[in-house]
Ligand binder design. Structure first.
Ligand code: PAF
Length: 278
């Protein structure tokens, strides 16, 4: 496995190893969800590239950029076992050199949900992912469904900017009690960790209601909010039943919906979602 930090080295190795390439962009502190992406990429491509970069432009000024968990030694061991061929671990000024001034702004689909709570987040995500696509020039790129809006934004960007890259979306990997795996789960104290499965319980209750014929989207949002309200440590930012493509809130969910939510528990801001009817 090659571990490199410069753009030039990624490009050189990419050229030297012929065949198809899958890219797994990450911010490191890897968990089973990331490894599932790497394994899928390894199964579908001749070579797998992984980036480990805590991207400063996708963090707001009051967010957890400096506290974001990092463990590069462990990440590299896990990636070697999972079958990665090339890992890019750039310093910040390799991605954003002095004088950097170009950003990618995806418009409508970045406005609601995470975009409303984190106004500069998707500009940072779209910019760094566009750069990763340019540097690695992969055939396929792998993302987790957990960041459902990120997937919508990246698909839109790849389409609008004509990146000839297949965007592959992999299912959410969950702990046995339903909590979606996330590097930020490390912020939870034991008491907060015990409260966190309320997110998935809320989503499952709304999904069950939808399957039983409840297609009033307002009612589905109420069901999720009601379950979260019973968890005293959970501070709800939003509950949503939206169109999975446009992310506009629905009134009638008969054709299906993206059910999603964002909740603060202690210092962790957790997000999760399920798709119904899709
Ligand atoms: O999902 C993430 O970890 C990040 O948003 C990504 C796609 C690696 C861009 O920094």
């Amino acid at each position: 496995m090659h571990v490199v930090s410069s753009v030039a080295d990624v490009r050189r190795i990419r050229r030297e190893l012929a065949g198809s390439w899958g890219l797994v962009p990450t911010m490191g502190f890897l968990h089973a969800g990331h490894l599932a992406l790497v394994e899928r990429a390894a199964a579908e491509n001749d070579h797998v590239g992984v980036s480990i970069f805590v991207n400063p432009t996708q963090f707001g000024p009051a967010e957890d950029l400096t506290a974001y968990p990092r463990d590069i030694g462990r990440d590299l061991e896990l990636l070697r076992e999972a079958g990665a061929d090339l890992v890019w671990t750039p310093p910040v000024d390799e991605v954003y050199p002095p004088g950097y001034q170009t950003y990618v702004a995806v418009e409508e689909v970045t406005k609601p949900l995470e975009g409303a709570a984190r106004p500069t987040h998707f500009r940072g995500v779209a910019t760094v992912v566009a750069k990763l696509f340019n540097v690695f020039q992969p055939d396929r790129a792998y993302f987790g469904q957990k960041d459902a809006q990120q997937v919508v934004v990246i698909r839109q960007m790849a389409r609008d900017l004509d990146f000839p890259i297949e965007i592959v979306v992999c299912p959410i990997v969950r702990e046995p009690d339903g909590l979606a795996m996330s590097s930020r789960n490390i912020y939870l104290t034991p008491e907060q960790r015990a409260a966190a499965p309320a997110l998935y319980r809320a989503l499952c209750a709304a999904r069950d209601a939808w399957r039983s014929g409840e297609h009033d989207a307002g009612r589905l949002r109420q069901i999720m909010a009601g379950i979260l309200a019973a968890e005293t440590l959970a501070e709800v930012e939003y509950v949503s039943a939206a169109d999975p493509i446009t992310l506009v809130e629905l009134e009638d969910a008969a054709a299906g919906a993206l059910l999603s939510l964002a909740v603060r528990i202690g210092r962790a801001r957790l997000i999760d979602n399920v798709l119904v009817g899709w």
